[in-house]
Design a protein around this ligand. Structure first.
Ligand code: MF3
Ligand code: CO
Length: 294
């Protein structure tokens, strides 16, 4: 088999853990993947596909994830610090029995990423960083509940934002919608990348190359890397059960980034232009996709 994993006998329980006989469960699915792989397509190993139980557990995690961002939306205001945002996310998450995934992740010191204006991603909340009227900020929230991961981010516009900044935020949001609309079972990740990239570039902005989305569920970042630059019909096959994020980072100016902040985390645009990002998490289904967190 394409992934080197064992394949059950026809009457044995399916590898997915559904308890159903293999021939009635993932047998056809496996044959289809094997065929695509033989034809040169990129296919994910079967242990990365989520079953119904996994998806239900991710949904529960995502309810806390969405709730934390809704809580931020209620409280954010000009004059607050990004450290306060961190506190709101931490409080909400632990009060709902969950754990903020960023805290101590590869040494990240806070519970959420807050990326203001020209910060592309991985901004570290700080008591010294005050949000001012006219700022745009991405709040990237990731949650673990019962061992399952959810991940989404939103842009917030503080007070009166300039028309250029507003357009950047709105184009980036629409780019995610275009990406979602391109998700078709048995399609390819390149369909999503192409939909995002072409919409962003038609609007005169640029997609960051170095960062992208990822598989997610039992780990924070699972394979594959999900880039937002690409061509239709290329890249990983979107088979049902594949759970991943769509989270393009969009620069108002050039796509280049600066990763030289001594804190080892904060990523900025190289040219100092503004940057925006929205992130959603979804799972591919038999007839489309299910949005899990947004
Ligand atoms: N939430 C980010 C993502 O969307 C990852 C942040 S890693 C952290 O994948 F350590 F900075 F939190
Ligand atoms: Co993510």
């Amino acid at each position: 088999m394409f992934d080197g994993l064992d394949t059950p006998g026809r009457n044995d329980p399916c590898w997915c853990g559904s308890g159903r006989k293999y021939k009635k469960c993932h047998h056809e699915f496996d044959e289809r993947l094997e065929e695509l792989w033989e034809g040169g397509d990129e296919v994910l190993p079967r242990d990365l596909y989520k079953n119904a139980e996994d998806i239900a557990a991710i949904e529960r995690s995502a309810q806390v994830n969405i709730g934390a961002l809704d809580y931020v939306a209620e409280k954010i205001h000009a004059g607050c610090t990004t450290e306060e945002i961190d506190r709101w996310v931490h409080e909400y998450t632990v009060e709902h029995g969950a754990v903020p995934a960023p805290l101590n992740y590869e040494g990240f010191p806070k519970s959420v990423c807050t990326s203001v204006n020209n910060v592309v991603c991985h901004g570290i909340p700080s008591k010294d960083e005050v949000l001012h009227d006219g700022d745009i900020v991405n709040v990237d929230c990731s949650t673990i509940l019962g061992g399952y991961f959810s991940d989404s981010s939103r842009m917030f516009m503080v007070g009166e934002v300039s028309p250029e900044r507003r357009r950047l935020v709105e184009v980036t949001r629409e780019a995610v919608q275009r990406g979602l609309a391109a998700v078709k079972p048995w399609g390819h990740l390149g369909d999503v990348a192409h939909a995002v990239q072409s919409y962003v570039e038609e609007n005169g902005f640029n997609v960051v190359r170095e960062f992208g989305g990822h598989g997610i569920g039992l780990e924070f970042h699972e394979d594959p890397f999900v880039g937002f630059v690409g061509e239709p019909d290329e890249g990983v096959v979107l088979a049902p059960g594949f759970c991943f994020t769509i989270e393009p980072m969009v620069n108002a100016g050039e796509p280049g980034i600066d990763m030289n902040d001594p804190n080892g985390w904060t990523v900025r645009t190289k040219d100092g232009s503004d940057s925006a990002q929205w992130e959603v998490q979804l799972v591919v289904t038999e007839d489309g996709y299910q949005l899990l967190s947004w």
